[in-house]
Design a protein. Structure first.
Length: 489
């Protein structure tokens, strides 16, 4: 009875003690639960944190080599109400981007950034240009003068040089390793906003803007805007895979269609522009076009793709070797000639005096030719690029002129006489209306030979208003007179 009567009492006390212990444990567990959760790893957040750190490291590596370019000079005016005025130039200021490609101060940018430049300045980033708040708000800038080393308008690249000691330079990446969908970063100064970086992917590794264009571009959706021109497009290793050059846009701003010049073209162009000031466009004397199925059917070509010879220049090495119009290129120096850009780029890598081995498809025949390489005479664009917009301006006629000396005369093979003034471009603000065109050669003014720009300016200044003037001009290998009345001295 004793045991049985007291058992319920003992059980109740034991139960109360057990409940008390459990509550104490629960309190302890609840107290430590948030801390335990905070200490447990969140793998998704950690991955994002590592991505952030990687991008920050990339910016810190690349930004010190990216510069802003300030240009003052002359450029084409916008189209007017009564038609295009692309051949008329006016005073302009422009902002672009570039990057240091050599520690001694060589900088790569776009040709259109420095086109018509009278003065070029480079804004160097501060030493701590790494994307921090302090760096972004810093007003410390270093502006140094730059000189143009070389310009290649045909591929829209230029090289300029500054003297600012040893600078951090960016390496060029391998274009052949660029892949569609690869993450890339565009650096530059869009709309003048220095030290800007945007991120995107490679939308297409090779894009032709025209079917017969020898150039291909990297297409990217990394936001690019006016002012980004000449800035680098870099991969995740901080290597330059392209130079941002233009966008396709209906609004004038970024719409996800940006284009960059591939790094392999940049590398070849930099070496030649640095050494020669222009590109060595080695030729064998042929014109080439892309083969399309329609063209192949119309001309009964042996295949529906590739490259066809559309022209053979009279007297050229190609004509002497036996190449004919309508021949299809099967291979050039052992490399398949599947597309026009590949063939065109190959000619940038050969030297004058070399021989190019052509494998030709002509009907059902396969022929082979070894054709000597020649360097064509420098064209008018390359000559007029020598004009300094300040020193070469003739305000009374509204032109930029280039004096013909022995060096220039050797470049222009169709001159009647080795003297005169080549019209490089027209400028706004002329005192008279004179129908001069770019490429014209001014020979005489009222019968007096014009051999220098100073002589031409002095002759015009000495004439009183209302004086009739006759310029003798060579245009397209023919001589003609342009007459007008001088309204202003």
């Amino acid at each position: 009875m004793f045991e049985s009567s007291n058992h319920p009492v003992i059980s109740r006390r034991a139960t109360l003690r057990l409940l008390g212990a459990l509550c104490s444990c629960a309190v302890v567990l609840l107290a430590h639960l948030p801390a335990a959760r905070a200490q447990s790893p969140d793998h998704s957040t950690e991955a994002l944190r590592k991505l952030n750190e990687s991008v920050a490291a990339l910016i810190k590596k690349v930004s010190p080599s990216v510069v802003q370019i300030l240009v003052t000079g002359y450029g084409p005016l916008e189209e007017g109400e009564h038609g295009s005025t692309a051949s008329v130039i006016g005073r302009q200021r422009a902002i672009g981007s570039g990057f240091v490609i050599d520690p001694s101060g060589y900088i790569v940018t776009n040709a259109h950034v420095v086109n018509g430049a009278q003065r070029v300045q480079v804004v160097l980033p501060p030493a701590d240009a790494e994307g921090t708040l302090e760096a972004a708000l810093s007003t410390r800038t270093t502006v140094v003068p730059a000189r143009i080393i070389g310009v290649a308008r045909e591929i829209d690249l230029a090289v300029i040089k500054i003297d600012a000691g040893k600078l951090p330079a960016l390496a060029l990446g391998l274009y052949r390793k660029v892949g569609q969908g690869e993450i890339v970063f565009a650096f530059g100064s869009p709309e003048g906003l220095r030290n800007t970086v945007t991120m995107g992917v490679v939308s297409a590794v090779a894009r032709q803007t025209e079917q017969d264009s020898p150039l291909v571009y990297i297409q990217t959706d990394a936001p690019i805007n006016p002012g980004n021109s000449g800035g680098p497009l870099v991969n995740v290793n901080g290597e330059v895979v392209g130079v941002n050059t233009f966008i396709l846009s209906q609004s004038g701003g970024n719409e996800g269609l940006g284009f960059a010049i591939p790094s392999n073209v940049v590398g070849v162009a930099f070496r030649q522009l640095r050494q020669f000031g222009h590109l060595h466009r080695a030729e064998i004397g042929i014109g080439i076009q892309t083969v399309t199925p329609n063209l192949a059917a119309a001309l009964s070509l042996p295949r529906t793709y590739g490259v066809v010879v559309s022209d053979v220049l009279p007297g050229s090495p190609a004509e002497a070797a036996g190449v004919q119009i309508g021949d299809v290129l099967a291979a050039v120096d052992g490399r398949d000639a599947d597309n026009l850009p590949r063939v065109a780029f190959h000619f940038y890598s050969v030297e004058t005096g070399d021989k190019v081995h052509l494998d030709i498809l002509r009907g059902k025949e396969r022929l082979a030719f070894d054709v000597p390489v020649m360097e064509p005479p420098r064209d008018m664009d390359q000559i007029t690029a020598l004009a300094d917009p300040e020193r070469n301006l003739v305000p009374a006629l509204g032109i930029l002129g280039v004096e013909i000396d022995k060096k220039i005369a050797a470049m222009v093979t169709d001159l009647r006489d080795p003297f005169g003034i080549i019209v490089a471009a027209r400028s706004a603000g002329a005192g008279v209306e004179v129908s001069l065109n770019a490429g014209d050669v001014i020979r005489t003014l009222n019968g007096r030979p014009m051999t220098t720009l100073d002589r031409l300016r002095a002759a015009l200044k000495a004439l009183p208003p209302g004086t009739p003037v006759a310029l003798q001009v060579q245009r397209d290998q023919k001589l003609l007179f342009l007459s007008f009345t001088l309204d202003q001295p």
